[in-house]
Design a protein around this ligand. Structure first.
Ligand code: HAM
Length: 409
């Protein structure tokens, strides 16, 4: 037998139904924040990610040479693509608030919450340099999680690459990008391994103080109080205050730096409170990506949230929607009344109901069993009664059955 590839998922109707409920909820929240939907190609030139995302992500691409000899790849993320789209249109009204729900692919070792194919919800704001946009996308991320029933089940942690850069610079560390990449991996490797690698980049003494700094987390004032001599503290305090106005809380955590190369300011991540899974979502500010496509400098900030960890978490917390298909009506047919049944099905469909109809010649008993299996709310039995302009309607919850005039359906 030919097997499904590792890290990919089959999605059956019951599962898809539950997922659709979740995606629709996310969509309604992001639209309530005034974002507009976009879509983009699933395949791009590999160079797009070489230049924009950094080597980590390129190592994980599903890439290949196409028939025209081009090195192309399934998209591992969307940020370079949306930046290119922004750069290509000078007439766009700014700020531009965009969201999308693309599938993406990463050649990672499949594990709980990490797959080779997943959906990643993206929301980004282009054209705002003020911290207000950072607050808006962070609040959006939290509002989405709250609306999915996860209030109190997650922690939003943020930091600031400028602040971290100041700290690393003050220590005389030159390989800032390497240091960020290692800090990003800190929780996935042992403390020993981290120290060993960091000593290569920063030296022994610096590594010691860095380990201390990276453990600092909590309220902005408390953490920054310990780091007085570094700038940017006012911005982070303001961010905290803005989030409070949205009714949201976040924690400053200097170990959050994010693995992607393009971030330039605030970076943030959400983890579930028990710390069992990898990040639920991550994002930050990337002010210099759009201009790499030859456009005017355009500040940007946003985040990506995969569906995999979200699903694990919602299932654990008992808030994942029931995996169950259903319809409003099932039209059962007595032999000889098919045309009448079709008319009634179309009448109900045109009224906006979800209507299934018997498509075989089986008897009424079997039809009712099927209606039960697909969780039909009502069954309309079409037979002799149509001669008097009536049908039999069965309420599948109460079992009650009565004759109803067709025009009253
Ligand atoms: P990222 O941290 O690489 O950022 O991914 C963001 C989220 O995508 C993760 O937190 C996780 O939910 C999901 N994700 C990533 N890899 C996998 C995987 N192998 N399986 C399942 N889910 C996964 C970015 O991609 C940035 N482009 C996000 C962004 C948008 N920053 C600004 N705007």
């Amino acid at each position: 037998m030919l097997q499904r590839l590792k890290g990919f998922r089959d999605m059956y109707p019951e599962q898809m139904r539950a997922r659709r409920v979740v995606f629709d909820k996310i969509t309604s929240v992001v639209r309530s924040f005034g974002f507009h939907e976009i879509d983009a190609p699933s395949v791009e030139l590999l160079d797009l990610f070489r230049v924009k995302s950094g080597e980590e992500i390129v190592k994980q691409t599903f890439s290949f040479v196409d028939k025209g000899g081009r090195e192309i790849t399934l998209i591992p993320e969307l940020t370079p693509t949306v930046s290119r789209m922004i750069a290509a249109r000078k007439d766009l009204t700014k700020p531009a608030k965009w969201y999308s729900f693309p599938k993406m692919w990463r050649y990672e070792e499949p594990q709980s919450g990490r797959l080779r194919e997943f959906y990643q919800f993206n929301a980004d704001i282009f054209g705002v340099k003020e911290i207000y946009a950072d607050a808006e996308v962070m609040a959006l991320a939290m509002e989405i999680l709250d609306s999915l029933g996860l209030k109190g089940k997650y922690v939003m942690r943020f930091s600031d690459r400028i602040l971290m850069e100041n700290i690393l610079n003050s220590m005389g560390i030159s390989d800032i990008e390497g240091a960020f990449r290692l800090i990003d991996k800190k929780n996935k490797i042992s403390e020993e391994k981290f120290r060993e690698e960091m000593e290569k980049i920063a030296g022994k003494d610096n590594t010691e103080s860095l380990v201390g700094i990276l453990q600092m987390q909590g309220d902005v004032d408390t953490v920054l109080g310990k780091l007085e001599h570094f700038k940017r503290s006012d911005v982070l305090g303001e961010l905290r205050d803005l989030l409070l106005a949205y009714g949201k809380r976040a924690m400053l955590d200097l170990s959050v730096v994010r693995g992607l190369a393009y971030y330039t300011g605030v970076v943030f991540e959400v983890h579930e409170s028990k710390g069992e899974y990898r990040a639920v979502l991550g994002g930050g500010r990337y002010d210099h990506v759009v201009e790499l496509f030859g456009a005017q400098p355009t500040p940007a900030v946003g985040f990506g949230m995969g569906d995999a960890v979200l699903e694990l978490l919602m299932k654990r917390e008992g808030v994942w929607p029931e995996e169950r298909i259903d319809v409003d009506y099932f039209i059962a047919i007595i032999h000889g009344f098919r045309k009448e049944a079709i008319k009634i099905a179309m009448l109900l469909r045109n009224k906006g109901y979800r209507v299934d109809m018997e498509l075989t010649r089986r008897g009424i008993g079997k039809q009712l069993k099927y209606a039960n299996k697909i969780n039909a709310r009502y069954v309309v039995i079409v037979g002799e009664e149509t001669r008097q302009g009536e049908v039999v309607v069965k309420d599948m919850e109460s079992g009650e059955q009565k004759n109803v005039k067709i025009e009253d359906l």
